[in-house]
Design a protein. Structure first.
Length: 295
DNA sequence: ACCCAGGGTCGTC
DNA sequence: GACGACCCTGGG
């Protein structure tokens, strides 16, 4: 069948999609925006859990293969999750024209797509990200899912959904602590508590609000500062004109753009003005680029 | 063995 | 507005 210029064919336990451009699985899944996707050992495919599903995805001869899925899920979930309605060729072209630095960064990570992830899962994941390392964040998110998510099975292996707010709101402080997030367990527990008590309402957040308004709501939660809230806003796909500024981005912006030590606010302000509507994309191309260069 | 840093945030001065 | 503390772990 056809769906918005894409041709979808059924496989035995999955689907095959023709017509997708600009999609690098490696750059999309390994750029640090998500914590629940892992490369398979034996091939170039990735398996991950999102929106209560486990799927395996690979690209063969320009076709996107989604295993353990079907057309309905593709239309209802994955088409939006992988941001397939956005034209990344144009985004990359526009950003490449900005300067030599962006041209390099994009050449390096062409095909990187910003996923549109679940807001609550992002909230917990990025509270865990503060002063933490990516492998440790992944480990803790995995622990939370294993303990309190629902079990899924695929290819003889067990996977776990990220728990719902409902489930997590009934956990004790100790239960959350035992998931392994270190000192951040209090942030998570107290954030959930504020939401449960109705003092903060995540459900009213939507993309017709201004970035400032959304930031205000998110930052009223403990453990959520400017950087974490910008990540939540960007990686949920609410807004793309944000520029999460962490240590890596700070370093690369100072080195390549400012040539001197610069304050976070100044970097942000510059980037938002300079990259405009594409700031969020620029941030992720840069982050992926420098983080891999340092290795 | 010891030290340091990690997709920051918070409390205190 | 600057500064140190923070759980915990892997790597030098």
């Amino acid at each position: 069948m056809m769906y918005k210029n894409l041709e979808i064919d059924n496989l035995e336990n999955g689907i095959e999609i023709n017509g997708i451009k600009s999609f690098s699985l490696k750059d999309t899944f390994e750029c640090g925006q998500c914590f629940r996707w892992n490369k398979e050992e034996h091939n170039l495919s990735y398996t991950g859990v999102a929106f209560n599903r486990v799927i395996n995805i690979e690209i063969l001869k320009n076709k996107l293969i989604i295993n353990n899925s079907n057309t309905d899920d593709f239309i209802n979930i994955w088409y939006d999750y992988f941001h397939l309605w956005e034209d990344y060729e144009t985004i990359e072209k526009k950003l490449s024209k900005k300067d030599k630095i962006m041209r390099k960064a994009i050449k390096y990570s062409s095909g990187l797509r910003l996923l549109r992830q679940d807001l609550f899962e992002l909230l917990i994941s990025y509270i865990l990200s503060s002063n933490n390392r990516i492998p440790m964040i992944k480990k803790t998110v995995e622990n939370i899912s294993k303990k309190y998510g629902e079990k899924l099975e695929f290819n003889g292996k067990e996977y776990y959904t990220f728990p719902t707010f409902e489930v997590m709101s009934n956990l004790s402080e100790k239960e959350i602590k035992d998931c392994g997030g270190g000192f951040r367990y209090k942030y998570i527990y107290n954030s959930i508590k504020l939401i449960k008590e109705g003092k903060v309402n995540l459900n009213k957040i939507n993309n017709s609000m201004s970035i400032k308004e959304i930031r205000e709501i998110l930052m009223s939660l403990p453990g959520v500062g400017p950087k974490v809230s910008d990540c939540i806003i960007l990686f949920s796909g609410l807004k793309y004109k944000v520029f999460p500024t962490d240590v890596w981005i700070k370093r690369v912006m100072e080195e390549l753009y400012f040539k001197k030590e610069t304050k976070l606010n100044e970097i942000q302000e510059f980037a938002i003005n300079y990259f405009d509507d594409l700031a969020g994309f620029a941030q992720e191309y840069l982050f992926n680029y420098v983080r891999n260069l340092k290795k």
